[in-house]
Design a protein. Sequence first.
Length: 177
Amino acid sequence: MKPVLNGYNSTVFAYGATGAGKTFTMIGSKNDPGIMFHTMNEIFDQIEQNISASDEIKYNVQVSFLEIYNEDVRDLINPANKNIAIKEDQNQGVKVSGISVIDCYSASDILELLSAGNENRVQEATMANETSSRSHAVLSISVEKLYNNKIKIGKFSLIDLAGSERASKTQNQGVRL
């Protein structure tokens, strides 16, 4: 997590066939949280260590949670939000405008968000999995570090990809295909 706290970007993908446990590994449950929660926990542990070492360092952590389904971007924090677009900014690069962004102050803040957001994902039964999430889910964590009148921003994207098996294996038809 130190590189993200020092302004570097990182991404972790969960890739595999439907039913392999990608979503459980990444999101988990309230009683058995996954990598997304544990990553936030590690980020806040590192922040606490850095702040205790220097009172002149300040951090701001923000998260967004979205899904991509049939080439549409959906806000999993606020599903009623329909004004979302992927744009390229000259200074910030590719960004998702209009997405809900939440300030986060501890790892426990993320548990409810992940649970509610996962409930908002598109799920369809397939021959491979009765409750398959048919979308890609992206938790974006932005860490802003303020020190010596300087700002560094690191981003960490944790991505739960939709199943990677051949379409013929799921016997999907119509919109699920």
